[in-house]
Design a protein around this ligand. Structure first.
Ligand SMILES: Cc1ncc(C[n+]2csc(CCOP(=O)(O)OP(=O)(O)O)c2C)c(N)n1
Ligand SMILES: [Mg+2]
Length: 569
């Protein structure tokens, strides 16, 4: 009798691997999962049937992972993804690589075939650990049910701490379905992973002294400022020391664009003042940027007159591309806090400030007007009519650059773009994640006609959840950025860059039950935007923009940051 009782008790405290997974996600306060079912994850999906966590079904797994990236960028929390084994898992590879390049925290669960058949080319088997090793911050395969709570706890910690990034957990089906006695919660024990957040004070003091001595200082602020939630400290420090700020593409919004100390975005399509500030400065203070080649141009000509200081939580970034004299390893917020507390005397830089102000006035972004609808004008209207308060999500191409140039972001975490990998098809699904992260925000998805067609199926999710996203397609009937390069560097030989056949985007939206408008003129743009921007429902706007327009200024490949073409004369 006693033995039988004992046995029942043991049975009731048994849990399945899938139960442990859901418990762990609840413990991590996960609010939304972007997932797609299939054979290997059926035991997990059976548990999701009863779960309170919101599950969003993208219409393609790649859409799910980009939505998770948009969610992570806006909320600051990790995006959670589930995909089945084999094709489900390989469909999310681009998103994993994208998140790795742009340091976005993701926790990704992939189904795997049962442990007994791993390595036998079983149905829907793919070696996801092997495939994702170079594009994840870390990856695991679950080998024992008892490890599940610890592994998931570690995965969330790794994804969100230090330099954020994607973590993959590969989950064999038999372990999701199998049961075990509920394991005791284990503490995280990762002796090989201890990111340095607190910077070395002597290095910070060295930087502070260099700032005081500088004659032509400038801050280059990257996405590290956003990941560290340090934009307020950046503003305080820039104001304390009167330092001008240049942004990378990914850092936009970290410093208010209308601030008098803001010089604009630097890089291949950055503005004259920002690029010339980097070229001529005598002290370059890089905070959380990785000196990407699209930013630096030819390294021989990058900041040739400057002492370089670099604050970064990832020591591997320091000195990777640009020799650095003052390295500061640590969290951007901690470093800025220390600099502020030191309160050194601000640099004497009247002449430099005068030069920068004159450049800013003389060489703003510019474009020629005509009777055609100019994409830059559409961007300006979107900015004006949302008072700079929208969350702007972009795809990749010319429209992305115009958004970066003309939408003057005033706040942090309101800019979602694929910077490092430059992934077409990112924008529409990422806007879904952004809107779910901030349901009351005005989210504008700025897309090209090419990139939109890589993920149109996600209109179904927008319709299903009635997400009030404003989908603005900059329709130049071309793969515009490719067309621009062919015009400039390939003698106008437009090899496969003009879209010969396009569906009616308005009818496509309507097919999903979403309102759509085609807009051909500036007057129409005014009228339609006034009508729809503050609607509480989704809308698709097909802006028929001038297909011959190019993005300027531009630094041609191999040229230095000071060798821009297309600057206003
Ligand atoms: C997945 C993927 N394939 C190819 C490219 C190369 N590429 C970069 S921009 C671009 C053109 C994008 O066209 P569209 O979406 O219409 O935007 P536009 O440049 O016209 O604004 C292409 C093909 C890419 N970045 N990503
Ligand atoms: Mg296009």
């Amino acid at each position: 009798m006693e033995a039988a009782l004992k046995e029942t008790k043991a049975k009731t405290s048994e849990v399945s691997g899938a139960d442990l997974l859901l418990k762990a996600l609840e413990k991590e306060n996960v609010e939304v999962i972007f997932g797609y079912p299939g054979g290997a994850v059926l035991p997990i999906y059976d548990k999701l049937y009863d779960s309170k966590i919101l599950h969003v079904l993208p219409r393609h797994e790649q859409g799910g992972i980009h939505a998770a990236e948009g969610y992570a960028r806006v909320s600051g929390k990790p995006g959670v993804v589930i995909a089945t084994s084999g094709p489900g898992a390989t469909n999310i590879i681009t998103g994993i690589a994208d998140a790795m390049m742009d340091s976005l925290p993701l926790v990704v669960f992939t189904g795997q075939v049962a442990t007994g058949v791993i390595g036998t080319d079983a149905f829907q088997e793919a070696d996801i650990l092997g495939i994702t090793t170079p594009i994840t911050k870390y990856n695991y395969q679950i080998r024992d049910i008892k490890d599940i709570p610890r592994i998931i706890k570690e995965a969330f910690y790794i994804a969100t701490s230090g330099r954020p990034g994607p973590v993959v957990i590969d989950f064999p089906k038999d372990l999701a379905a199998g049961v075990s006695a509920e394991p005791a919660e284990e503490e995280i024990h990762l002796p090989g992973y201890q990111p340095t957040t607190e910077p070395n004070f002597l290095q910070v003091r060295k930087l502070s002294e260099a700032v005081s001595r500088a004659k032509r200082p400038v801050i280059l602020a990257g996405a590290g400022v956003l990941h560290a939630k340090a934009s307020r400290l950046l503003k305080e420090y820039a104001e304390q020391q009167n330092l001008h700020v240049v942004h990378t593409l990914l850092g936009l919004g970290g410093f208010p664009a209308n601030h008098e100390l803001f010089l604009g975005m630097a890089g291949m399509h950055g503005c004259f003042t920002a690029n010339m500030a980097l070229y001529n400065c005598d002290l370059l203070i890089n905070i959380g940027a990785r000196f990407d080649d699209r930013l630096t141009g030819n390294l021989k000509h990058f900041a040739p007159k400057a002492t370089v200081a670099h604050i970064d939580i990832d020591p591997a970034e320091i000195g990777k591309n640009v020799p650095t004299q003052i390295p500061v390893v640590g969290d951007a917020g901690e470093a800025l806090g220390q600099l502020l507390r030191l309160g050194a005397s601000p640099p004497q830089q009247e002449e430099w400030a005068g030069t920068l102000a004159a450049w800013k006035k003389e060489f703003p972004y510019h474009y020629e007007t005509s009777e055609l609808l100019k994409p830059q004008k559409v961007m300006e209207l979107l900015y004006e009519k949302t008072a700079g308060e929208a969350i702007v999500v972009t795809d990749v191409g010319q429209h992305q650059m115009w958004a970066a140039q003309y939408y003057q972001l005033q706040h942090a975490d309101r800019w979602v773009t694929s910077g490092g990998l430059g992934t077409m098809g990112f924008g529409l699904p990422a806007s879904i994640g952004a809107q779910l992260a901030d349901p009351t925000a005005c989210v504008v998805a700025v897309l090209g006609d090419g990139g939109f067609q890589m993920s149109t199926q996600e209109l179904a999710v927008i319709a299903e959840f009635q997400l009030p996203i404003k989908i603005a397609i900059f329709n130049n009937k071309a793969l515009g950025m490719v067309r621009q390069w062919q015009e400039i560097f390939y003698k106008e030989r437009y090899s496969h860059s003009k879209n010969p056949v396009q569906p009616s985007f308005v009818k496509l939206a309507e097919a999903y039950g979403i309102k759509g408008f085609e807009i051909n003129t500036e007057t129409e743009a005014h009228l339609v935007l006034n009508e729809v921007l503050h609607d509480k429902e989704p809308v698709l706007l097909d802006f028929r923009v001038d297909g011959a327009e190019n993005v300027y200024p531009m630094i041609a490949p191999g040229k230095g940051i000071h060798e821009m073409v297309g600057v206003k004369k």
